[in-house]
Design a protein around this ligand. Structure first.
Ligand SMILES: Nc1ncnc2c1ncn2[C@@H]1O[C@H](COP(=O)(O)OP(=O)(O)O)[C@@H](O)[C@H]1O
Ligand SMILES: [Mg+2]
Length: 283
């Protein structure tokens, strides 16, 4: 059961009505309990790909299977019972006057009674650590709080698969970590399968173990971060860069002749590699 595929994307191509070819040759899978990152620069096709996975974009050549069924043959209700998309901009998603009304909207429309709606709203707000803010006006929330409420709204509907479009964009550094921490918890403790689109190269190696690099609508590499983050030139070709810490070690190795076995992607790994190199000992 562990390896059950929930979403399988196999696209030959997708073009928008104006002729822009946005996606080509995409093959990726999201497994039960999986957490994958789609890493790409602006315009690389991340948002389009998430919309394909949510059944919002449908005029492509190829197939997208949700639990083995062609997503284009499912009704919106069947899709939204399982999959939820969190937009990049929370203001496009939130519309009710207060937090609790917004989070309740989905469960109310799914036909649950008042007690069940209240239970779902409470548990979703708790999951995103916003339980104290149920009565607050949406207008008065910070940007990061709004993003959390968007996620709560989807959790209250019982989504098992969350698609998140740049969930850390626009947050301050602590907010970025908190958001990644929240997503990691939802994934590990509640079993929510997650696809996250991002261009945040410094953050993803800390939290994700499977990444796909999207460039000009194509997946150019996929795998664990250590395989996906390659030489600075390769990264520049896809309009990305190495994490800062990796760039430093790469240059110490290649320009200053320091001996490193591997290029670390996080501060913790870098610390171990530096100690190993300088002392010959393992940290
Ligand atoms: N509604 C649309 N009509 C035409 N072209 C679009 C539309 N939305 C996005 N595009 C184009 O598709 C490409 C991919 O866009 P997008 O998926 O938004 O990339 P990303 O989310 O990675 O920034 C871009 O070239 C963009 O200009
Ligand atoms: Mg986008």
């Amino acid at each position: 059961m562990e390896n059950t595929v929930r979403l399988a994307v196999s696209l030959e191509s997708f073009s928008y009505a104006d002729g822009t070819q946005a996606l080509q040759n995409i093959a990726l899978e999201l497994h039960r309990g999986g957490f994958i990152g789609i890493l790409g620069s602006n315009g690389s096709g991340k948002t389009t790909l998430l919309k394909v996975m949510d059944g919002l974009v449908r005029e492509y050549r190829g197939t997208v299977l949700l639990d083995g069924k062609e997503i284009r043959k499912l009704s919106p209700k069947e899709i939204y019972a399982k999959v939820g998309l969190v937009f990049q901009n929370p203001d496009e998603q939130l519309f009710a006057p207060t937090v609790s009304e917004d989070v309740a909207f989905g469960p109310v429309n799914m036909g649950f009674g008042a007690d069940e709606v209240a239970r779902r709203v409470n548990s979703a707000l708790k999951a995103v650590e916003m339980e104290g803010l149920a009565r607050k006006s949406i207008h008065h929330l910070s940007f990061g709080q709004k993003k959390r409420i968007c996620i709560a709204g989807l959790l209250a509907m019982g989504h098992e698969i969350l698609l998140l479009d740049e969930p850390t964009a626009g947050l301050d550094p602590m907010g970025e970590y908190k958001m990644m921490d929240l997503l990691t918890k939802l994934n590990q403790e509640q079993g929510v399968a997650i696809v996250m689109a991002t261009h945040s190269v410094d953050l993803v190696p800390l939290f994700l173990n499977r990444l796909y690099i999207l460039s000009k609508g194509r997946i150019v590499r996929g795998g664990p971060p250590a395989e996906v983050f390659t030489a600075p030139d390769d990264m520049a070709q896809v309009k990305l860069r190495l994490p800062h810490i990796a760039e430093l070690i790469y240059r110490l190795k290649n320009e200053d002749g320091m001996l490193f076995d591997k290029i670390p992607l996080t501060v913790g790994e870098a610390r171990r590699e530096i100690i190993k190199t300088m002392t010959g000992h393992h940290a």
